[in-house]
Design a protein around this ligand. Structure first.
Ligand code: ZN
Length: 433
């Protein structure tokens, strides 16, 4: 398994196809912030990576929140007076408002409509709605479907349970040489939605597979597959020792659409992870935008709350607020593309590569430029001559390779490769860790 990973991951197309296969497998599952859909999802991920599954009991206090009751659902439908299922959870799990309480009753169309949700602007799409923290029930349907419902009596059945149970999340720790950790977090609480939720899950899984296949990582890595908001709050609350070791982190979400990249900076704004992501995007040849932190979005809200203020940014493609398919049945298997997933994975791998290889060096021949020609370095470096001059000049022990890449305008890859070459020729040596 592990031997094959690097081969599979060596091209964006094959890596993207592998991520897409995982999305196809996970797509039909009805997930929520708790329940068997999350467990089933984690058990599928466990076939690829050695995930540890945690179960946190209902009622556990986590900062200002409480782990909620566990929700599970077997079936849900609305039948008309002829006995036809006019809204059927079995056709699409978005039809039920997520966390709907059990219901079994007959009501009029007028009463039923108080519990129905549609998207009039997109009459063929089913919206995605939740009612996690308020006990209620409802159905989502296409606007076209709604317009076919006639006056009359309807039988409503929600065969769900909302009981004491657990909040389930997955965690993978990949030890490295350093105790300092890089945190990678994605949410796993959405039902059949692909870009929001499954793209992050699948690309994070690929990244974990990759890091597990590397002989020796410098940093340790911690991957979290958690329900949004309550999962991040729960993990933070129960893992303060690990939190203290987080030195860089990314929330990965919405990485499967065909749009350009969007990086949302950490609350601190100029941390190494912020600079590393921007550096890689700048030299990626792709469209990208870098936006400042705001207290709205995914789990960066919790990681960047003032009591933690972790160096955690968010890596996405099109922001969730900017694609109309967001939180609807149109965020489906045709909205996400294998090529986009593969490209996202490759950039994330480059970001990790930068963090792994950044460091500070000392020029061992600092009095005027060393004579490169007599060492055969002019011929061997070609286009990298400029990179070499920058590295030699700025390597006074105070500036990292990332600092040099930023100041020179050259790519980190170019700066790093000449630093390695100069080390081989004893013109440079690494200082610090
Ligand atoms: Zn969402």
């Amino acid at each position: 398994m592990i031997e094959s990973v690097q081969g599979i991951q060596s091209h964006p197309e094959t890596a993207g196809a592998r991520a897409y296969q995982l999305i196809e497998e996970l797509y039909p599952i009805c997930r929520s912030i708790t329940g068997n859909g999350v467990r089933q999802t984690l058990s599928i991920l466990s076939k690829r990576i050695p995930l540890q599954t945690h179960e946190v009991p209902t009622g556990t206090k986590v900062f200002d929140w409480t782990v909620p009751k566990e929700w599970n659902i077997q079936d849900a439908y609305v039948k008309n007076s002829r006995g036809d299922r006019v809204i059927d959870f079995r056709n699409n799990n978005l039809h039920i408002v997520n966390y709907s309480i059990p219901v079994r009753k007959k009501i009029s169309l007028y009463e039923l409509k108080k519990h129905l949700f549609t998207l009039p602007d997109h009459p063929d799409w089913i919206p995605y709605k939740t009612t996690y923290y308020k006990e209620n029930w409802g159905f989502c349907l296409t606007h076209n479907q709604l317009s076919t419902l006639n006056e009359g009596e309807y039988e409503v059945v929600v065969d769900s349970t909302l009981e004491e149970g657990h909040l389930t999340y997955g965690e993978l720790y990949v030890p490295g040489q350093l105790e300092e950790e890089i945190l990678v977090s994605c949410h796993i609480c959405h039902p059949s939605l692909c870009n929001d939720n499954l793209s992050g899950v699948s690309v994070a899984t690929l990244l974990a597979e990759y890091l597990l296949s590397v002989d020796s990582n410098r940093y340790s890595y911690r991957f979290l597959f958690i329900p949004g908001t309550i999962g991040a709050i729960t993990w933070l609350s129960l893992n303060l020792e690990a939190v203290a070791r987080v030195c860089h982190g990314l929330v990965i979400s919405g990485v499967g659409d065909s749009g350009g990249f969007t990086y949302k900076k950490s609350r601190r704004g100029e941390t190494t992870i912020d600079r590393a992501v921007v550096q890689i995007l700048q030299h990626s040849g792709r469209d990208y935008a870098c936006v400042d932190f705001s207290p709205y979005g995914y789990d960066e809200r919790q990681y960047c709350s003032p009591g933690f203020n972790l160096p955690v940014g968010r890596f996405s493609r099109t922001p969730f607020s900017e694609y109309p398919q967001y939180h609807s049945s149109a965020d489906n298997l045709s909205f996400v593309k294998p090529g986009a997933l593969g490209e996202s994975f490759f950039l994330l791998r480059e970001i990790m590569h930068l963090l792994e290889n950044d460091g500070t060096f000392l020029n061992l021949n600092p009095h005027c430029e060393p004579q490169l020609g007599k060492r055969g370095l002019y011929n061997s470096i070609g286009d990298n001559e400029l990179a070499m001059l920058w590295v030699l000049n700025l390597s006074d022990g105070s500036q990292s390779l990332l600092d040099i890449a930023e100041r020179s305008g050259l790519s980190f890859a170019a700066i790093q490769s000449v630093a390695e070459l100069l080390c081989k020729h004893s013109l440079l040596e690494r200082v610090g860790d």
